[in-house]
Ligand binder design. Structure first.
Ligand SMILES: NC(=O)c1ccc[n+]([C@@H]2O[C@H](COP(=O)([O-])OP(=O)(O)OC[C@H]3O[C@@H](n4cnc5c(N)ncnc54)[C@H](OP(=O)(O)O)[C@@H]3O)[C@@H](O)[C@H]2O)c1
Length: 270
């Protein structure tokens, strides 16, 4: 059955990564009064409920993207906003990260979002980016590069096409993304010889974010506020840590590298 707009007072959303963390919280909120196409990759987590239309998509399997686009188009010819929340973190010492994992990072965080969004006729695109887009975090270089690439590609696409594109560069948020990343990167994280202390720091910090990060409710509130603006900005930096990272990233690269090198040295001493 296709959606009928004569009676439809609410909006139509597509939310990817709707089975966990930020995407899940957005789905819960938006589906109260809107129709939401909710992306999932794990059948056991398939979202259900009033106003929710689940669709299967796994960005590590690019062949699942076209059927997802066809499915959504078969149900609606109007989408007000897509929120690209699906994402993962490829972590580890760059020397130990395989090209395959590097490609997986870009498939999930960049190419998947581009192919899905490009295949749908959407008015507004909200990307859940990260302070990692400022490119200053060793041991999650693939993640930083993917978020930067996402931001650049979408921002310029918005300018060329006239589509409304909004990037939300979030600081740490309390979600399971970091423990999932430790599990998903077992191979590249298994060989950290020469980097043991940095690895300990990385894991401790990552796990701390899962409880000490901003609550997902704060992000949901922000997304709704920005989504409702008549003239939203192309980019929002959210969270004290993200704002500090943004300021830091404006320094000359030599100075940035000097500070990061000193931080790495102090980690090795501890
Ligand atoms: N948490 C943070 O500190 C933080 C900070 C800045 C930005 N972000 C960004 O926020 C977004 C949401 O992350 P989160 O923190 O809410 O993490 P999360 O709880 O792990 O949620 C990630 C979502 O993406 C889905 N996903 C992962 N790999 C996928 C794939 N191959 N294909 C399709 N979907 C996939 C996950 O599915 P499953 O449920 O099946 O795993 C889940 O629904 C991400 O883009 C992340 O980079 C997070």
């Amino acid at each position: 059955m296709r959606l009928c707009y004569n009676t439809l007072m609410s909006k139509v959303y597509v939310i990817t990564g709707s089975t966990s963390g930020i995407g899940k919280a957005l789905l819960e909120e938006y589906s109260k009064e809107n129709t939401v196409f909710a992306g999932y990759r794990n059948e056991n987590l398939k979202p259900e409920g009033r106003n929710i239309i689940p669709f299967y998509i796994d960005y590590t399997k690019p062949e699942t993207i076209k059927p997802a686009i066809d499915f959504i188009k078969s149900k609606t010819d109007r989408i007000d906003t897509i929120i690209n929340a699906a994402g993962c973190v490829v972590a580890g010492v760059i020397d130990n990260i395989s090209l395959q994992d590097l490609k997986r990072q870009f498939d999930v965080n960049v190419f998947g979002a581009i192919e899905l969004t490009g295949g749908l006729d959407v008015k507004k695109i909200i990307n859940i980016s990260s302070m990692s887009s400022f490119g200053i975090y060793p041991f999650i270089a693939p993640y930083c590069a993917s978020k930067r690439a996402l931001d650049i590609l979408f921002n310029l696409w918005g300018l060329e096409s006239g589509k409304q594109v909004i990037s939300l560069k979030l600081g740490a948020v309390a979600t399971p993304i970091w423990s999932k990343s430790i599990k998903e990167n077992e191979k590249s994280l298994s060989d950290v010889s020469g980097y043991e202390k940095e690895y300990d720091y990385l894991v401790k910090n990552a796990l701390k974010n899962e409880t000490k990060g901003m609550p997902v409710s704060k992000i949901v509130k922000k997304v709704i506020e920005i989504d409702n603006k008549q003239k939203p900005k192309p980019s929002y930096t959210i969270g004290f840590d993200a704002k500090a990272a943004e300021l830091f990233s404006h320094l000359p690269q030599t100075l940035i590298n000097h500070v990061i090198e000193n931080k790495l040295k102090s980690m090795r001493k501890d």
